[in-house]
Design a protein around this ligand. Sequence first.
Ligand code: HAM
Length: 417
Amino acid sequence: MLTKPPGIEDIFPDRIGRRDLIVDAAREMFRLYNFREIVIPVMEFTEVFVRGLGDETDIVSKEMFTFEDRGGRSLALRPEGTASVVRAYVENGEYNRLATCKFFYIGPMFRAERPQKGRLRQFNQFGAEVFGSGDPYHDYEAMALMDEIAKKSGMEDYRLLLNSIGCPACRVNFVKELTRYYAGRKDLLCRDCATRLERNPLRLLDCKQDSCQPLKKDAPRITSFLCAACAAHHAAVKGYLADGGIAFTEDHLLVRGLDYYTRTTFEFVTARLGGQNAFAAGGRYDNLVEQFGGRPTPAVGFAAGIERMELLLEEKPSLSPGIDLFIAHTGGDTLARAVAVCGLLRGNGLSADLDPASKGFKAQFKKADREGASLVLVVGENELAAGTYTVKDLKSGEQEAVPAGSIIEYCTSKLKR
Ligand code: HAM
């Protein structure tokens, strides 16, 4: 038997109801917030992610699926969407120089992580990015939008964590202080953190190893190092959230695993996902457009993991919609009539299906049940002779003979009820 690679899923129809709930909620809220869809490629030159996310990040250093094309150039399956959206925005003349652009995207991402519950190698995200405004309102808007999508999807028991990691200018002093603090405790660090101390000290605050947790308690806090402009920005974001009635918890350890962030970082977390506690995350990245060759353009965005949200909605019933009508026949002329009425129903916007091979009514009613049909339309010899159909409501058990000419009106009004 051929099997799929680890960390990669098949998603069967029984999961689609719940996924639709999430994606429909996202699309609806994106529309209300005036975000427009952008479709970005699934693969890019590897350089896009190396430059975008930072070569010391876990994603770039160990989690990308890369391969060479026939010309020997390195390509990568996208591990996230932001770098691609920025590349597209800059490559297309900063989207033809519109003042503010609000994009959203939905699609698969790929990371060669160790698979476990909620951590996949191919997973799906929806995400949003705003270009062209450094106003704290847009940081708030990103969080408010994600909060509304979560609520609309039926999510409960989650928290919003907020931090500011400042700008490169104020971060220099913080990183110096952080390095000094951790250098004095070098012997207590896990192996990864020993490397982080050398290469990317900010990430020390992100370590998940138990042995490194006590060290974080007395570590310097970035919020005490913010310059006046970054502090004012952070205060304004918090003000907007408070005015908007969106609860948040400040978390000075929230530095995020990607290097492009400036100022605001945030995560939506829940205790119900074990190790993978974030189901959505984002922040501001004011320097990335310029780093990609564009004009200085502030930006902010977020992305959510659809499978993680799905796990959180698992206890809720997944309303996988059934069909409106199943058509039962006895073969021969009745099959021809069944095929004709099936086409007529579909043409009038009703979902309908039949099984051409099956002749026994018992088997066909069973199948109708399995397909979640609301009504069964019977075409037997009697119905054929009388020019009628027998329509049975599977919920109430009622059935009626309906003249062929009024079948659409009858079914439409019955289904509406
Ligand atoms: P991220 O935190 O790497 O941020 O991913 C965002 C979300 O994607 C996570 O909160 C999680 O729900 C989901 N996710 C990430 N990795 C996996 C995985 N291996 N399996 C399942 N779900 C996963 C970003 O991707 C940034 N681009 C967000 C952003 C947009 N920042 C600014 N704009």
